[in-house]
Structures are given as structure tokens and as C-alpha cells.
Design a binder for this molecule. Structure first.
Ligand code: CMX
Length: 425
């Protein structure tokens, strides 16, 4: 019989713990980073001060999940990616089937969640709705219950995994349901036992299958956004909150609040907005010259061009390239997609000339919106919710591993401006 995810992890964890103890005992004093004044004032950019084994982001390559570049994983199922993130290996066909069954078995959304969502103001942002739903579901936490019963430290990861499976088993249903509530799309659509996670999410949103294209698009979307190492705002926030032994519902909800920021996950709503604004201004798909003029207008009014630049990457984000390739295959003549493609030809040159952004190339958010829009998801303020459903996989896999190896509570040292001035002298 195929092993469950819990059995697989259970077998791995003693080795992970041993390795950690060995490294700390033998080499705990080895220096791995220095911090400059610029970094202390500048969002700790580049400071190496935490461990994340699920993925790395190389400035010249982009996302690498457990040693494999994301482009090589783009045709996998999101469920396979979660297994890979957390164990370091792809599941076998039987393991995958068993894990999909576990997600389905955890798939019932408590009824009070729908009441909470329906009670929220009509103008609530979809991200506020999603975060509230995840936080309200904290009532289901196995971690909190077992902690209160005196759970041993060595068992924290198990309870965290139980909560993670419940969150992943329901988050797509909650996200689809809040979409239908907020945008008055009709009754909620029940989950299906027959479809995989991504395809079922697309179906529950109410997207027409269109010969399977919407299912394929959603799977791709969920794979590409799944993780981006440990220091980005959402992962780092989830990590910090989880390090206080706040359970996964608290930690993921907190991480998602960070994802809702316009410099982070919300950029995808801003991005399509910017593309549509150019189309509106110029009455259809604009020429490259018109895009260039609009880019300068944006920059000269002190705004950023959404979807471009990155804190770590210094090349075109491979996730953008994967979306772009999908668009070229299925919607090459669509004017919104064509505009996104033209923006890609123009904006990096403009940003280079502008001379501020360290990375003039597109990030993941520059490309995804056009695909969603094409398949009927036209409410772009909802897009970060899709990002969230996917990123929950990265946050939860990191969190379970942190509980498994006993990562300490986060507590960096802050210093005052006076102290810095003293150091400068
Ligand atoms: N348009 C205009 N200016 C930009 C820019 C852009 N796309 N990207 C960076 N800059 C500016 C910065 O605002 C900064 O200006 P100031 O010195 O006046 O503050 C300067 O260039 C240097 O910034 P940087 O070191 O290159 O970039 P940061 O690491 O500070 O910020 C990011 C990274 C992503 C927040 C930034 O590039 C940005 O705001 N991009 C647009 C928003 C976006 O696409 N966000 C999504 C990122 C992906 C994600 O995390 O989800």
C-alpha cells in the first residue's frame, strides 16, 4: 500500500532533525551574512537569516523547487507540487491518488464560514473575505486543540499537517464560493469527487471547461504561484506568526494579509488594470509607441509599473514565460493578451532608461491576468485570491517543516537610528 503524506514525512523527519543538530553543533558559529546600514533601513534585502528548504529563487534563474526549475514542473498537478515541496520528492501515482483522496476527505467547509462571508459588507475586498474565512476556520484547528491537551513538541508537525490538509482541502472551495457570493454568480457549486484540485477549483468558480483549457490554465496557475522561498512578505509573515506556535490558520491568514499588499500579491490586480487602462486610453490594443508613452506617463506621475521589477530576480521571471507560452498557444489573437505581450517588448527598455528599478524584467504578475480575463474571470480585484490558494501550499509546507525540526521563535534584533549614528561615528 502507498504511504500517506504523514507516513512519508514521519519517516523523513528523524534524519532532518539529526542533520540540523549536527550542523548547529559542529558549525553553529560560521558566519553566513553581514548586515549593512542600507540593508537595515532597506527591508533587510539580501540578509541571510532564515532557513527554507522548499524552494530557492536564484536571481538569474527564478524559482527552483527542491532542485528542479519551475519550468520543468509546469505540467504537473498542484497536489504533486505540494508533495514535492514538503518531502523533496514527487509522489508515485498511488501516493498522489491517496493524497488527493485525503484532500477530498477534508473538503467540507464548515457552514459558519458561508454565514461569515455572506455577512461581510458588499464592498469587502475578496482578499479580506478569504483571510477572514481562513481565520474564522481556526475554530477547527487540531494544532490548537492538541497543544492545549499537552501535545509533545515532537508531534507539533503532525497536528500542523492535519490543519494544513484541512486548509488545502477547503481553500479552493472557499475561494470559489466567495467569488460567487461577492459577484452574484448564483448558487455555490459543490466540490466534485472526480476532478483534481485545480480543475475542480475552475469548475466551482463556474468557468466553462472550454475543451479542458480552463482546467489546464488553473493547474498551471496553481503550480506557478505555489512557493517563492522563505523571505518574501507572505512566507516570512507566515513563518514568524507560526514560530510563536500560533496554529496554521492564524499563520496562513497572516501571510495572506501580506499577500494582499500592492507591492506583493495584489500587483496582479494592478497589472491587468494598467493593461486595460492603456487599451481604454488608446481605444483597443495599443501600439508599442503608445505603450511607451503611457509607461512614461505612469513613471513621471511617481507610480510603479505593476508586474515589473523584483526584489530578488534579475531576469524575466520564468513563471511569466510559462504564462506567455500558454497564451501564445491558446489565445494569440486576443487583444488583451496581445497588449501584455507588447508591454513586455516595451517596458523593460523604458525601465532601463528610467534607471531606478534594479530589475526591469516582468515578474509573474505581468502575465497571468490576461489568461484569467480571457477565460471569463474579469473581476481583477479577485486575482490575488487565486494567488493565495496556490501560495497556501508554499506557506503550509514551510510551516510543517519548521514545526518538524523545532525552528525557534523569530526574534531579530532591532536597533535605533541613534544607535546607527553611533556606529557610523
Ligand atoms: N516601476 C517603477 N519603479 C520601480 C519598479 C517598477 N516596476 N520596480 C522598482 N522600481 C523602483 C522602486 O520603487 C525603487 O524606487 P525608490 O528608490 O524611489 O524607492 C527603485 O526602483 C529600486 O527598487 P528595486 O530595488 O529595484 O526593487 P525593490 O526590491 O525595492 O522592490 C518590487 C521590488 C517588486 C516591490 C518593485 O519592483 C515594484 O514595486 N514592482 C511593481 C509591483 C510588482 O510588480 N509587484 C509584484 C512582485 C511580485 C510579488 O512579490 O508578488
Amino acid at each position: 500500500m502507498a504511504k500517506t503524506l504523514k507516513e512519508t514525512l514521519g519517516a523523513m523527519i528523524p534524519k532532518l532533525r539529526e542533520e540540523r543538530v549536527k550542523i548547529l553543533k559542529g558549525s553553529g558559529d560560521v558566519q553566513i551574512s553581514q548586515v549593512s546600514v542600507t540593508q537595515a533601513f532597506g527591508g533587510m534585502r539580501g540578509v541571510k537569516g532564515m532557513i527554507c528548504d522548499t524552494s530557492v529563487v536564484e536571481p538569474d534563474q527564478g524559482l527552483i523547487i527542491r532542485g528542479t526549475p519551475v519550468m520543468k514542473l509546469k505540467d504537473k498537478l498542484p497536489e504533486e507540487i505540494f508533495w514535492l515541496l514538503i518531502t523533496g520528492n514527487m509522489p508515485t501515482a498511488d501516493e498522489l491518488k491517496g493524497f488527493q483522496g485525503e484532500l477530498k476527505a477534508a473538503g467540507e467547509v464548515p457552514k459558519y464560514i458561508w454565514k461569515v462571508l455572506k455577512a461581510m459588507p458588499k464592498s469587502s475586498h475578496p482578499m479580506a473575505m478569504l483571510d477572514t474565512a481562513i481565520l474564522a476556520m481556526e475554530n477547527e484547528s487540531v494544532f490548537r486543540k492538541r497543544y492545549n491537551e499537552g501535545m509533545a513538541k515532537t508531534d507539533y508537525w503532525e497536528a500542523a499537517l492535519d490543519d494544513s490538509i484541512k486548509i488545502l482541502g477547503t481553500i479552493h472551495t472557499i475561494a470559489a464560493g466567495l467569488y460567487r457570493i461577492k459577484y452574484k454568480k448564483g448558487d455555490l457549486i459543490e466540490p466534485s469527487n472526480k476532478l483534481d484540485w485545480g480543475a475542480d477549483f475552475a469548475r466551482m468558480l463556474g468557468l466553462a471547461p472550454k475543451k479542458g483549457e480552463t482546467h489546464a490554465m488553473m493547474r498551471l496557475y496553481l503550480v506557478l504561484h505555489s512557493d517563492h522561498e522563505g523571505g518574501n512578505v507572505s512566507a516570512n509573515t507566515c513563518h514568524t506568526v507560526g514560530s510563536a506556535l500560533s496554529d496554521p490558520y492564524y499563520a496562513v491568514s497572516a501571510g495572506l494579509n501580506g499577500l494582499a499588499g500592492p507591492l506583493h500579491g495584489l500587483a496582479n490586480q494592478e497589472c491587468l488594470n494598467w493593461v486595460l487602462q492603456t487599451m481604454e486610453k488608446f481605444g483597443g490594443a495599443p501600439s508599442e509607441k503608445e505603450i511607451e508613452d503611457y509607461a512614461w506617463e505612469t513613471l513621471n506621475s511617481g507610480k510603479v509599473i505593476p508586474g515589473y521589477g523584483h526584489a530578488v530576480l534579475r531576469v524575466t521571471d520564468p513563471r511569466f514565460s510559462a504564462f506567455n507560452a500558454f497564451g501564445k498557444k491558446y489565445m494569440a489573437k486576443d487583444p488583451v493578451f496581445q497588449t501584455v505581450d507588447r508591454v513586455f517588448n516595451v517596458v523593460p527598455k523604458v525601465l532601463e532608461k528610467h534607471g531606478k528599478a534594479k530589475n526591469p524584467w516582468p515578474n509573474v504578475d505581468a502575465g497571468s491576468g490576461a489568461l484569467l480575463y480571457y477565460y471569463g474571470l474579469k473581476e481583477f480585484e479577485y486575482y490575488t485570491v487565486l494567488f493565495s490558494v496556490s501560495r497556501a501550499m508554499g506557506m503550509l509546507s514551510q510551516l510543517v517543516l519548521n514545526r518538524a525540526v523545532g525552528t525557534a521563535i523569530t526574534r531579530p534584533k532591532s536597533v535605533s537610528t541613534e544607535w546607527i549614528k553611533g556606529q557610523i561615528k
